[in-house]
Design a binder for this molecule. Sequence first.
Ligand code: NAD
Length: 478
Amino acid sequence: MTTHFIDNRRVAAIEGGHIDVIDPSDGAPFAQLARGTAADVRAAITAARRAADGGAWGRMAPADRGRLLHRLHEAVAAHRDELAAIEMRDCGKPRRQALADASALARYFEFYGGACDKWHGETLPYTPGYAVMTWYEPHGVTGHIIPWNYPMQIFGRSVGGALAAGNACVVKPAEDACLSLLRVAELAAECGFPDGAINIVTGYGHEAGQALAEAEGVDHLSFTGSAAIGTRVAQSAALRHVPVTLELGGKSPQIVFADADLDRASPAIVNAIVQNAGQTCSAGSRLLVERSAYARVLDALAARFSALEVGPAARDLDVGPLIRASQLQRVERFLAAAHADGARTVAQGQIVPDAPANGFYARPTLLADVKPEAALAREEVFGPVLAAMPFEDEADAIRLANATAYGLVAGVWTADGGRALRVARAVRSGQVFINDYGAGGGVELPFGGVKSSGYGREKGLTALAGFSVLKTVVIRHD
Ligand code: NAD
C-alpha cells in the first residue's frame, strides 16, 4: 500500500483505510492508496507551517529556492521514462502523452526555478517626503487540489508556481491518479527540498479534499477540477476569507471560417478533442463551422476520425482508455442523448480488437447538426466527442461561441487577420488561439477561465501574483 508523503517521509494514514487503484487499460486493480482523512491533512498542514514560518524553506534565499527547483527539473527529466510508465498504468495514458506530461512537469520546475529571484515589487511615486515600495510575500501554506486528467502537468503548474513564490504546499491529488506525484515528492526530497516544503495526502475528495478545503492553517487554495466541486471549495474558503484560484471545466469552441487553411486546421482540431481521450479541460469540444464550408470541413475531419485507433496505454495508439467505468458511462449517456436530440454521427474511430474487454474504451466520435441548446453543445463530456454545428456569419459565430456557461479557451481559424482579432476580442474566454490550438500547452502562457471555467490564473509569471500577497510599505522621511 502507498503512503502519504509528509515532512519528506512516507507516512501511513492515521485512521488506516485504503483505496484500490485501477488500471484503466484492463479495469484491474493493481495497487492500494492510503485513504487520507482530516487527521492526515492536519499533519501535513502542521509540517508545511513549520517549513514556511521560520523553517528552512521559509528562510531560504530566493536564488537557493530556484536552485532546488532546477535540481528537481533535472531529476524529473532524468526519471521521465519511469514517471511516464507510472502514469500509463495509473491513468491509461498512451506512452507519448505520458512522456509529454513528464516533460511538461520538468519544464514547469525549470521555468519557475528561473523565476524565484526575479519576482519583485516596485517603488511607487507618492507625496513628497515619502518612499513607498511593494513586497511580494508568500501566503505561507498553500493547498492544492488536483484532478486526475493531468496529474503531473497540474502539479507542475500549481505547486511549481507556489513554491517559486516561497509557499510550503499541501497537495491532495485525485483518488484516481496519485502515484506519479508521490514519486515526484520523493524526488524532491532527494534533491534537498527541506522537510515540509512539499506534502502529499492521498484520499477521496469528500474526505481528504474537503478537509483541506475547510482546514484552518491553509492560507491559499488552488483548486483544479469540476465546476460543482470548485463551487464548494470556494464556499469553504470564503468562510475563512482564504483566497482561491479556480481552474474548472470548459466547452471550448473551434470556430472555422470558410477561408481557413483546412490542412492546418484539421489535425489540430482532431487532436484537441482526442488528446488524453478528450479528458482535457481545454479540449476543443465544439466545432462551429461557417455554413458554406460545413460539409467540406466535416468530410476532412471524418476521414481523420475514422482512422483513429483506441486501445491500451502500452500500445501507444491515438487514444487510450478513459479513466474509469463511470466516465465511460457518462460519455455513452451524452451520445445517446445527442442522438435523441437529432444529432448525426459523422464518423467514429475504432477500438483495436485485442483491447482488454474490461478496459474503459470510448470510440472518438464526430457528431454533426448538434443543436446549440442540446446538452452536448453546452455541457462538458470529458471524452473524445466533438459536437459540430454550422454558423451563418461572424456575429452568429460569436453568439454561438459564447452560448455556454464556460469560457476557458477558443480557437479561431481564418485567413482574415482583422476578423481573427475581432472574434478573439468578442469571445469570452481565458485564452484564444488564432490558426492554432494548444490544449494545455505553453508553460509560459497564463491560463485560466472566465464564467464557470473559474477565476485566477496559473502558468507563466502571472501565476506568481496569485501565489503571493502584495504588501505596500510606506516610509515617511521628511
Ligand atoms: P473533480 O472536481 O471531481 O475532482 C477534482 C479534485 O477535487 C480531486 O482531487 C477530488 O478528489 C477533489 N474533490 C472531490 N470532491 C471534493 C470535495 N467535496 N472537496 C474538496 N475536494 C474534492 O474533478 P475531476 O473529475 O477530477 O476532474 C475533471 C474536471 O476537472 C473537469 O471538469 C475538467 O474540465 C476540470 N479540469 C480543469 C482544468 C483547468 O485547468 N481549468 C484542468 C484539468 C481539469
